[in-house]
Ligand binder design. Structure first.
Ligand SMILES: Nc1ncnc2c1ncn2[C@@H]1O[C@H](COP(=O)(O)OP(=O)(O)OP(=O)(O)O)[C@@H](O)[C@H]1O
Ligand SMILES: O=P(O)(O)OC[C@H]1O[C@](O)(CO)[C@@H](O)[C@@H]1O
Ligand SMILES: [Mg+2]
Length: 804
């Protein structure tokens, strides 16, 4: 099987021996900062650097002393699941002035540090850039005052900096997501789901104020995720007559049968004159004009609290490692970079350009150039804004009507979170364009049985927050039943079909498309939206529902590990779903800080298992109490969960005990994650737009596609083209982008084999004068020593047991 390994980076262990590097967190804390700190420390140690924490952000740098401490591998153990930042963060006024920065420079040089990883927001990164620009003049001043030696001045004449954007606000231009934003959205969505139920009981209006400073991202996405009736964001102040518009919207919703309303207000919301719009102002408007019972809830710092989401942990891991590599490879004359995320790819962007662009948004807002502010926030922001507006208009769009369109929407496969949001958005936009939409219940079986429901605007109200598949779903594919499917489609005059589901939806579409020559009635546009927790459908990098599943697994792993507190050394073997696809096991392994994640795509032998068991034992010997091993349900028929349990139990005797957890259907999740809600909504919109073309009968391959997310773009790929990109017996796409994350998972788990793999599996006739051969020997030596320490520990433990 072909794997997407193109992006694999080869870096030798110890390649940058002796370099001094420091990592710190600054500005408002955010969830995921710990994952980034952990990753920086471990990658730096892997590369042979001496790595320091600077506690309390710039304040610790200015104060020096105990605030600058060397970090060890174990210093970052057991922190990945924690919110906030274990090394502290601060807003430091002293650093804004030169004397403060002078003290900071002296403290860094005293500790031999001239490489900095800054994890913070735009302010922190601006400060770091200024510091770097001033560095040589600061050194001149320190040297002239005799506070550093000439040697030190020479040795540390250059300051390298790399930025990681850690902030819940997602206000930094250049990255799709800043570390912490996704977790803040989790908090907001949980809170709004909670207020919605009480609002329903009392028929109330809730105005929820969310953070974000001058950026409306959190407000905008949470408005989409929570079906808010009205929203205020700073980048697009409401029209001057907003009080009337707002009240009319609320009344319209009530007339349509809604018992409650949600209004999302960004803390930075302003009117078109630039004056703040507050929760109390909005409340007064509603109470005075329409006398609805209204409450204001300010979510405040709750949004910055709690455990990081799976996404933020993974983002922190990826960005942290990339930052250290970028720092080590930085040339003195090159511009400093910020590590960003573009789609699924980590990219390095010029830090100052991003800071300037970020500042330009503020300027555009100050100039009341709202369109410019939106454009500068990026395409995704503008698209989200459009999505929100489209779904909140109750009126039909008279300008673009397609009244002859009769489109069916159904699920095929297992339920996945986000499916309902997708149906809601699809139904509403289609209705908006004058189409007739039929919800087909219970998949292909329901279609054949004629379970068609004509959908109205209000039929899908409240669907975004619902897990599972409200239309019902089944795994049946129409192999032997094409004739019956065609009969029903004809009966209901269906001239377009949307399938939202997993590999079975893909198969159904392929079967129907291939049957077009036999059944001309199937010459209708057919679209598949991949939606499965397994993330195994070709034509997309991410399928709907997989983010919720990942969060479920991550949370369960946290709980399982915690359950062993007080228990002596224990290893948990956790089996995840996914069929043959190792996506969930790998990503949950990264998010959970797992020691290993076994997947089908990456072959492993008994030797690997043996090595991992010894590795685990040696970690335990060094004081680690708990181990986490993930295995995908189909990673290997013979080395199944029971086998692994027995292996770990047997080999761990006297050192640790083992337990197995097979997670099963709980991975499908309860309430959808914010990402799945918003992805489902956006995919539904894209699908509805796709169907607005004339629905002419044609067997053109472009009329049967998969709608996926590829490199952050919504992409329509003809299903016929995807056939050759698929391994059908394994139900897998041939290329899977996430396989490139495997080496990182192993490095962060201190899995020595990873980057020396070539060394270990080297042919025996390797010339002995090569570096690779030397590495091979060193690796052998390391493993041998580890084994000895395990054996020694084992003997000690056994002796102790005998004494009892
Ligand atoms: N222009 C600047 N020059 C020097 N230092 C700065 C500058 N701007 C910010 N800093 C330093 O960075 C710290 C954090 O900045 P700020 O409070 O703007 O938060 P941030 O990094 O933007 O994060 P967030 O906005 O997410 O809270 C400041 O307290 C200060 O120490
Ligand atoms: O924690 P503090 O200092 O009260 O700052 C709150 C601000 O920090 C953030 O949480 C992050 O920048 C903003 O959303 C909010 O305006
Ligand atoms: Mg900021």
């Amino acid at each position: 099987m072909e794997c997407d390994r193109l992006v694999k980076r080869y870096l030798e262990c110890g390649a940058f021996k002796g370099r001094g590097i420091a990592v710190f967190t600054s500005g408002g804390d955010s969830q995921g900062m710990n994952a980034a700190v952990r990753s920086c420390v471990r990658m730096a140690i892997y590369l042979g650097c001496k790595v320091y924490f600077i506690r309390e952000g710039y304040q610790g740098m200015v104060d020096g002393g105990d605030n600058i401490v060397e970090a060890q591998w174990a210093s970052v153990s057991g922190i990945i699941h924690k919110g906030g930042t274990v090394i502290g963060s601060a807003r430091c006024m002293e650093f804004k002035e030169r004397p403060g920065r002078l003290k900071a420079a002296k403290n860094l040089i005293k500790n031999g540090i001239s490489n900095l990883v800054i994890i913070g927001g735009d302010g922190s990164l601006t400060g770091a850039n200024l510091f770097r620009q001033e560095w040589s003049s600061l050194l001149d001043e320190l040297s002239s005052k005799g506070e550093i030696t000439a040697d030190q001045k020479m040795k540390f004449n250059h300051l390298n900096i790399v930025g990681l954007v850690g902030s819940i606000d997602n206000d930094f231009c250049g990255t799709d997501m800043t570390i912490g934003t996704d977790s803040a959205l989790h908090r907001i969505v949980e809170a709004v789901d909670a207020t919605t139920s009480t609002a329903f009981s009392h028929q109330r209006v809730f105005i929820i104020e969310v953070m974000g400073r001058h950026c409306g991202y959190l407000a905008l996405i949470s408005a989409i995720c929570c079906e808010a009736d009205y929203m205020f964001v700073p980048e697009e102040p409401p029209p001057d007559n907003w009080p009337e518009l707002l009240c009319a919207t609320l009344i319209q919703a009530r007339n349509a049968g809604q018992r409650q309303n949600t209004i999302i207000l960004s803390e930075g919301a302003i009117d078109r004159q630039g004056n703040p719009i507050t929760g109390e102002m909005v409340k007064k408007v509603i109470v005075d004009a329409v006398e609805l019972d209204t409450r204001v809830t300010v979510l405040g710092h709750i949004q910055r609290g709690g455990n990081p989401s799976a996404f933020d942990r993974i983002l922190g891991c990826r960005m942290g490692a990339e930052a250290v590599i970028a720092l080590m490879e930085a040339k003195p004359d090159a511009d400093p970079v910020v590590v960003s995320l573009e789609g699924n790819q980590a990219v390095m962007l010029p830090l100052m350009k991003c800071v300037e662009k970020t500042k330009a948004v503020g300027q555009a807002m100050a100039d009341k150039n709202w369109q410019m502010a939106i454009d500068l926030r990026g395409k995704s922001f503008a698209r989200s804004l459009e999505t929100y507006k489209l779904l909140n208009r109750y009126t039909h769009d008279a300008s673009v009507r397609n009244d002859d369109h009769r489109i069916g929407v159904m699920h095929v496969g297992a339920p996945a979170c986000g499916m309902n949001a997708c149906v809601r958005a699809f139904v509403r936009l289609c209705l908006h364009r004058g189409n007739t939409v039929f919800g087909i219940h219970d998949g292909v079986d329901g279609l054949i049985a004629g379970q068609f429901q004509e959908m109205n605007w209000t039929d899908v109200s409240g669907w975004v927050s619902e897990g599972g598949a409200l239309l019902g779903t089944k795994r049946t594919i129409p192999t032997e039943k094409i004739g019956k499917v065609v009969e029903r489609l004809k009966e209901y005059k269906i001239n377009g079909l949307l399938l939202i589901g997993g590999f079975e939806a893909f198969m159904t579409s392929l079967i129907l498309t291939k049957a077009r020559s036999e059944y001309p009635e199937l010459n209708i546009p057919i679209l598949v939206i991949p939606s499965t927790i397994s993330n195994n459908v070709p034509g997309t990098e991410l399928s709907l529902g997989s983010d919720t599943a990942l969060n479920e697994i991550t949370e369960i792993c946290d709980r399982i590990r915690q359950s062993a507190q007080g228990t002596k050394r224990r290893v948990f073997i956790i089996e995840t779903m996914g069929g043959y696809c190792g996506y969930l096991a790998t990503l949950a392994g990264l998010a959970g800080g797992a020691d290993a994640a076994y997947i089908f795509e990456e072959k492993f032998s008994i030797k690997d298992l043996e090595k991992d068991v010894y590795h685990m034992a040696s970690k335990m010997a060094e004081g680690v109490q708990r181990g986490l091993i993930l295995r995908n349900e189909k990673c290997n028929d013979n080395y199944n969960s029971d086998f692994m349990y027995r292996l770990y139990s047997e080999e761990g005797k006297g050192v640790f005990t083992a337990r197995v957890n097979i997670l099963g259907h709980m991975q499908q999740g309860g309430a959808p994650s914010p990402f799945d809600r918003s992805l489902g909504t956006k995919l539904g919109i894209q699908a509805a737009k796709w169907f607005q073309k004339p629905l002419a009968a044609t067997d053109n391959k472009d009329t049967s596609c998969v709608l996926g997310l590829i490199k952050r773009e919504y992409t329509f790929t003809p299903i016929i083209d995807l056939e050759e990109q698929t391994v059908f017996p394994l139900r897998l796409p041939k290329a899977q982008w996430w396989l490139k994350l495997r080496p990182l998972l192993r490095i962060l788990a201190q899995h020595d084999s990873v980057y020396e793999e070539e060394g270990i599996y080297m042919p025996v006739d390797l010339p002995t004068n090569t570096g690779a051969f030397k590495e091979f020997l060193e690796e052998e030596d390391r493993i041998r020593k580890k084994r000895m320490s395990v054996v020694a520990f084992d003997a000690q433990a056994q002796a102790a047991l005998q004494r009892q």
